[in-house]
Design a protein around this ligand. Sequence first.
Ligand SMILES: Cc1cc2nc3c(=O)[nH]c(=O)nc-3n(C[C@H](O)[C@H](O)[C@H](O)COP(=O)(O)OP(=O)(O)OC[C@H]3O[C@@H](n4cnc5c(N)ncnc54)[C@H](O)[C@@H]3O)c2cc1C
Length: 422
Amino acid sequence: MAKQYDYLIVGAGLFGAVFAHEATKAGRTCLVIDKRDHIAGNIHTENVAGINVHRYGAHIFHTNDKKVWDYVNRFAVFNRYTNSPVANYKGELYNMPFNMNTFNKMWGVVTPAQAQAKIEEQRAAHFTAEPKNLEEQAINLVGTDIYEKLVKGYTEKQWGRPCDQLPAFIIKRLPVRLTFDNNYFNALYQGIPNGGYTAMVEKMLAGIEVRLGVNYLKDKAELDALAGRVIYTGPIDAYFDYALGALQYRSVRFETELLDCPNYQGNAVINYTDAETPYTRIIEHKHFEFGSTEPGTKTVISREYSAEWKPGDEPYYPVNDEQNNALYARYKAMADAEPHVVFGGRLGEYRYYDMDKVIESALECVRVQLDKINQYGQYCLFEIFTQQAADPYPWGCRLIFAFRGVMKDLIFALCYGTIKTV
Ligand SMILES: Cc1cc2nc3c(=O)[nH]c(=O)nc-3n(C[C@H](O)[C@H](O)[C@H](O)COP(=O)(O)OP(=O)(O)OC[C@H]3O[C@@H](n4cnc5c(N)ncnc54)[C@H](O)[C@@H]3O)c2cc1C
């Protein structure tokens, strides 16, 4: 029986929205659901006293990919926000990432050669040939002063453990810039969408049916019956009811306050790099939209506390260590055996994805999906053999697709000695 929708998209985050937009544009019918009461997933912004507040943590769009940059610019006008965080170490302010401004403030050096010599001097004095922990690794990379003031306390708060008990591999590089450039990212394109991310995602989802407050896992059978295929962007372990155990995450707790003050800290991001301040950073949201907002009389700040994650908490950063990656691989094998479900996005694939990478991945996912139906017969053949109709095409149509696909594969195999799978 033909299903009501071609795709049920679980999750109205960036992955789900891009997929839904592209599939709809290609003539497929989509239903998007989310268990939250809002769209945009973790990039959701909400308007508080005229300020777009990043509810799930500061999000700065940055990419080197012109295609992705052009893509997002179809849904929003981006401002020229450049992320230039400042570190506050017991009241001393330093520019980040470590650059000539930082070194001048720290040591009074003026030229790149002087800064380089100072770093080398500090590295050499405490060099460890085979660093056994994060502390030794960081000192090897940047020397003692930068480590003590700008790395140690912040990292310990982030991981909830002393640096000499953290593995060295966590810090592979600590970029040092011998220029006066405070731009945190090296990306070619960077900015924040005017009006916030939610407005951008709203445009992606324009004309598409969205149901909020719907938990897919609670009414799975009923929801599955509505669509040919499911694009699932929730946690992969939750999909399988944690059959193999829970994957681990690092969590963040946000303490957000509306203040009667036009400008609290003069910058969007201030990191607190000492160990005593309990939070890792304070975000002042209005500075993300500088130039596009009036100074006003109020401001909104969020203090961020790094937190241990336990099942039931909001999952933020996947812990991609050996143990969790191995567990994910087992879940992935189970996911591959679900013929009509595609797992995507940061939770579905258990990986940290920046926004540009999520868009790239969703675009690729939709391309493969549409290819499967339009150009290749393998999938239809599979459906005929398994008697599982996942798309709205009549059986006769599927037979033609299958025949076309087999012929194509045959020619491909004759030419290249292998079969191209989709
Ligand atoms: C603190 C933090 C800061 C970040 N900052 C940046 C940044 O500055 N720049 C950058 O490029 N990237 C940043 N990112 C990454 C960015 O958040 C992700 O790339 C993006 O949100 C991923 O989108 P997604 O659609 O995969 O996931 P999500 O946004 O998490 O969307 C998944 C959606 O699925 C829904 N869902 C889950 N389970 C179910 C269910 N059972 N039923 C119904 N709905 C369900 C969820 O409610 C959610 O809305 C940051 C990430 C974090 C954690």
